[in-house]
Design a protein around this ligand. Structure first.
Ligand SMILES: Nc1ncnc2c1ncn2[C@@H]1O[C@H](COP(=O)(O)OP(=O)(O)OP(=O)(O)O)[C@@H](O)[C@H]1O
Length: 218
């Protein structure tokens, strides 16, 4: 279970998360839905430890993440696909996918790569290509693969369908749909529900850094 309880986070002295709560049961696919600027990316960056908490708690399986430094969070089994993809341009596709696995130490790289290529076989042919030579859509796939490689418990996917061509969007939702039943918990942020309403078990709405529905805190 990933849980955010009454979380407050400020960016440049402006409170961006204003008492936001979220509870996601293991194995659930949840949509974090909100307009541009609502705070979706901030929620994900907070879970990853990129932003300090002013107040509140973030726990994964009961473990208080405040005690886990940001560079160790992926090692807890959290895979993060940032909206801007965040690939290292000079590294190859495979090196980008492997990066968080190297950091995690517990995972066996060969096994994780086999799993990722099993789910996304189209990446095999571009595994030795540098990330900077990929199209935006291909980079999205690699960013998803990197999150899958390390995300054994939780996947945070920040607007995966945003700005991608329909065929790729279809492919991305197919891959996310395949994760159903794997026990993985998945949080997908979106500014609209067009792409994935069918995929989701639950929707949590965020507006100006706070919950809108009571579902989120249930
Ligand atoms: N680096 C920053 N400096 C100042 N303000 C920021 C910064 N990053 C985010 N914010 C502010 O925090 C708020 C929440 O931003 P956030 O990126 O979390 O929203 P979002 O819901 O992910 O939006 P989008 O769909 O546009 O990505 C916005 O009002 C934004 O202006």
């Amino acid at each position: 279970m990933i849980a955010l309880d009454d979380v407050r986070v400020a960016i440049q002295n402006v409170e961006v998360l204003r008492g936001f709560s979220l509870r996601v049961a293991p194995g659930t696919l949840v949509g974090l839905i909100g307009r541009n600027g609502a705070g979706k990316t901030t929620v994900m960056r907070t879970v990853m430890g990129h932003l300090p908490l002013l107040a509140g708690r973030v726990t994964l399986g009961g473990q208080d993440l405040a005690r886990v430094p940001p560079h160790r969070r992926a090692a807890l089994g959290i895979g993060y696909m940032p909206e801007d993809r965040g690939l290292v341009p000079e590294l190859t596709v495979e090196e980008n996918i492997a990066l968080p696995v190297w950091v995690s130490r517990e995972l066996v790289l060969r096994d994780r790569l086999a799993m990722v290529y099993g789910i996304l076989p189209e990446l095999l042919e571009m595994r030795d290509r540098k990330a900077l030579l990929l199209s935006g859509g291909q980079q999205k796939l690699v960013a998803l693969a990197r999150a899958l490689a390390v995300g054994t418990r939780l996947l945070l996917l920040d607007e995966p369908f945003e700005g991608v061509a329909p065929a790729l969007s279809q492919r991305l939702s197919e891959v996310v749909g395949q994760l159903r039943g794997s026990g993985l918990t998945v949080v997908i942020s979106q500014s609209d529900l067009n792409h994935s309403r069918r995929l989701l078990d639950e929707e949590v709405v965020i507006e100006r850094g706070a919950n809108v529905t009571t579902e989120a805190a249930a």
